[in-house]
Design a protein around this ligand. Structure first.
Ligand SMILES: [Zn+2]
Length: 294
């Protein structure tokens, strides 16, 4: 299921699959590209091909999320709307078909939080969906949203995840949907990253790295997205007893330790067929912990 070669040939590989399934989904790995010893090589689709680096994973079959209480005042998107869109985005991944079963995780939504910054603190955390204007982004014209993951670079264990939406680039909603913005579509893409998937090589995947307008009624996940999430969270565990708390406990207030924003973000531009505009959904993963015991 993993590829050893990079580039356009990967499409051909996926198409030729006969005896062995060749999925196009990509699981994120514990790459720290600021550290030469822990950096990864990537294919053209931003997929780490350095199999020596461990896969990212959540330590519990219960993951938690929270919403910045302000939503986006500038766009007139309130907490309730972001909350609902976030629940729908997670629900889409949760309802994936894993051969008649569903992915083995659940989500606990902690609701509104005061902290509107992506942080990882030793005094308590929340995995937050929040908005920033384009001034915040390193590639402000092309980035629609970004997911920041904090993880143990030794093991791949995810500690914290925050989704930041660029309120200057949020695309309009699907035609006929009545939605002003494609918030659910964008969040569904980012939640895929939140859960441990990187970009897909299939243009109709929700994890295709460029934003693609979807038609009303079009399914959000394709078979490859479903295979990806079923790989990350295989069906089976009893999630009812799973621990549901951010690492170091839940904290809705900021704690003062912002995540780093540099490196690790590779983008695959694709022209928007309608007007030549390039809109991208970006993913970045950052290892923060220093290696221990070596
Ligand atoms: Zn992405």
């Amino acid at each position: 299921m993993r590829r050893g070669a990079a580039g356009a040939a990967l499409f051909a590989l996926a198409g030729m699959a006969a005896a062995t399934p060749a999925w196009a989904y990509c699981r994120a790995r514990a790459c720290d590209d600021l550290n030469p010893e822990l950096s990864c090589e990537y294919d053209l689709f931003d997929c780490p091909i350095s199999e020596s680096r461990p896969l990212l994973f959540w330590p519990s079959s219960c993951v938690t999320v929270a919403i910045h209480e302000n939503g986006s005042r500038r766009l007139g998107i309130g907490f309730d709307e972001v909350d609902s869109a976030t629940n729908r985005a997670f629900g889409t991944w949760l309802s994936a078909d894993c051969g008649g079963d569903h992915p083995g995780f659940r989500v606990e939504n902690f609701g509104p939080v005061a902290c509107g910054e992506p942080e990882y603190n030793l005094t308590g955390n929340a995995n937050i969906v929040l908005f920033k204007d384009k001034e915040w982004f390193s590639d402000p014209e092309r980035t629609i949203a970004i997911t920041l993951l904090q993880f143990d670079t030794n093991t791949g264990e995810i500690f914290d995840a925050d989704i930041i939406v660029n309120e200057d680039n949020l695309p309009p909603g699907r035609a006929g949907s009545g939605d002003d913005f494609a918030l659910v579509d964008v969040l569904t893409h980012e939640v895929g990253h939140f859960l441990g998937l990187s970009h897909s090589r299939e243009p109709d995947s929700i994890l295709w790295p460029a934003y693609a307008e979807r038609r009303a009624g079009e399914p959000m996940l394709n078979a490859d997205d479903e295979a990806g999430i079923c790989s990350v969270f295989p069906p089976g565990p009893d999630t009812e007893d799973a621990v549901c708390a951010p690492r170091h406990g839940f904290a809705g207030e900021c704690g003062g330790r912002p995540v780093r924003l540099s490196g690790g973000c590779a983008l695959v531009p694709r022209s928007d067929s309608r007007g030549g505009l390039v809109l991208l959904v970006a993913f970045a993963a950052f290892g923060m912990l220093r290696r221990r015991g070596r």
